[in-house]
Design a binder for this molecule. Sequence first.
Ligand code: DNO
Length: 348
Amino acid sequence: MKMTFRWYGQNDAIPLNYIKQIPNMSGVVTACYDVPAGGVWKSETLEGMRALCNAAGLAMEVIESIPVHEDIKLGKPSRDGYIANYAQNIRAVADAGVKCVCYNFMPVFDWLRTNLKTPNADGSNALSYSHDDFARLDPQNLRLPGWDESYSREQLQELLGEYKSVTRQKLFDNLIYFLKKVIPVCVDCGVNMAIHPDDPPWDVFGLPRIVSREEDLDNIFSAVPELNNGLTFCTGSLGAGRFNGLASMAAKYAKRGRIHFAHLRNIKYTDAGDSFCEVAHYSDCGSLDMAAIVRALVQNGFNGYVRPDHGRNIWGEDGKPGYGLYDRALGAAYLNGLFEAVERPGQA
Ligand code: DNO
């Protein structure tokens, strides 16, 4: 595996040389954050980012994300222009040395939490999702912080209105339409697409979500069989769905060569239903068996990129939600240990 760390570009409070100081860091996961979804990325910007990374002894390994314009998800006539821009961006990141692009196909909202700073007894805090708090949210008037993208009240209403006619099947067809156009470009320039699962993995506000469970993934891979059509195996996102067996899914998709990128983090179920909070990466801190997941990945041939996903705020840090330095660095060190133990088990 190649251990990486998310870096939000030059505006990130965490400098590249701090990232480099974390043991076994090969590079960063980043994006052109100032170009809106659907726009064209400039090669000069990518080259500038790559140069900064390289100067710090890091590679620019993964792009997370090239965002998918809503018109593509909605299947509007304008989608072809946005898909052409997307393909152009894939070629541009490939030219800058990138081999993996993470993206998602969640309508309107990316990841969703109800509290970004849930206090823990030890003085740390973390993101959490409460079923009851969620039920009280008004989708017409949401200003939850932490999203990469947010909308005005009017834009949000308009967009939610447009999705009223989009069924699960329609959304799936629109994903496949998109993939059938971009995967040949990926094959041509040696880039793997790694779809990020829905977070949380169920429909929200009546909007369909189609990347939530094993059956969804099977459908996506059988519709577009090229191995460049792959997955970001995000344990926190898939794991929030208690119906997902993570170690067996890790084994299955690693064996089939579909996992190009792994987001590894732990969550703890906090009720008998949907609620969960984010916790330290170590297995016993939460509900996911991280060791079993890593074992399943490695033993089934996974050799892709890994990043420690969301950390808590610890040691007084007040980081970007999920993306402070300290707990993610602890997570990376822990994950390095899990991988080393399985990849190099030593002599009996
Ligand atoms: C949250 C991230 C997501 C992810 C996108 C990929 O922390 O994992 O925002 O980057 O869903 O497109």
